[in-house]
Design a protein around this ligand. Structure first.
Ligand code: DX5
Ligand code: ZN
Length: 221
């Protein structure tokens, strides 16, 4: 697996031609499909669920699918997404009554597990579960919508999360989500992120390959 992973958020894809659009972005060099699940309860928007994940698998999408659960309650959706072919499943700790159990359910289902932190959610939820997370996802916008502006305080939070990961000795990915694009991906990587969700910055450009190549050359510099 590449050191840096680019994970286009399909929230900004063309939902009327989703399979084709996901295939195109993967052919353009994306590593991971970021799949945003919103329930109009935990967040003020409504998107896609396990049936769409399963449909992408049936369509022939083989890349890892990174399911970002913005739902409350959490656990029912974990089982459904494991069955639907998810690869990674992350959830917001304040939306789960039993964080340790939810993380364990994800790993027991053969998926990579992770916690997601809103801009103002403290990292202390990690204190007793570092051995149970494969990915830490820091939101750099408030969740619910694509196309928002990156919140600068995320840079310090990334550094703090990276220090926690290094101190733990575990192999944990540090993912960032919201307002990431060509303008700031370099700075975000320097702060410690290794997995970059980008929705509008990729799907709102005419040439996905050109955009992803530009992201990679910034990351390589
Ligand atoms: C926001 C979602 C993001 C969103 C990112 O709640 O979790 O994944 O799609 O979109 P951009 O990259 O456009 O900010
Ligand atoms: Zn997301």
């Amino acid at each position: 697996m590449a050191d840096y992973l680019i994970a286009p958020s399909i929230l900004s894809a063309d939902f009327a031609r989703l399979g084709d659009d996901v295939e195109r972005v993967l052919a353009a060099g994306a590593d991971v499909v970021h799949f945003d699940v919103m329930d109009n309860h935990y967040v003020p928007n409504l998107t896609i669920g396990p049936m769409v994940c399963k449909a992408l698998r049936n369509y022939g999408i083989k890349a890892p699918i990174d399911v970002h659960l913005m739902v409350k309650p959490v656990d029912r959706m974990i089982g459904d997404f494991i069955d639907a072919g998810a690869s990674w499943i992350t959830f917001h700790p304040e939306a789960s009554e039993h964080i340790d159990r939810s993380l364990q359910m994800i790993r027991d289902g053969g998926c990579k597990s992770g916690l997601v932190f809103n801009p103002a959610t403290p990292l202390h939820y990690l204190d007793y579960v570092m051995d149970k997370v494969d990915v830490i996802l820091l939101m750099s916008v408030n969740p619910g919508f694509g196309g928002q502006t990156f919140i600068p305080s995320t840079l310090d939070k990334l550094k703090e999360a990276k220090a926690r990961i290094d101190a733990s000795g575990f192999d944990i990915r540090l993912e960032v989500d919201g307002g990431v694009g060509l303008k700031n991906i370099g700075e975000v990587a320097k702060a410690g992120a290794d997995t970059f969700v980008a929705g509008s910055a990729i799907f709102n450009t005419p040439d996905y390959q050109k955009t992803i190549n530009e992201m990679r050359s910034i990351l390589a510099s």
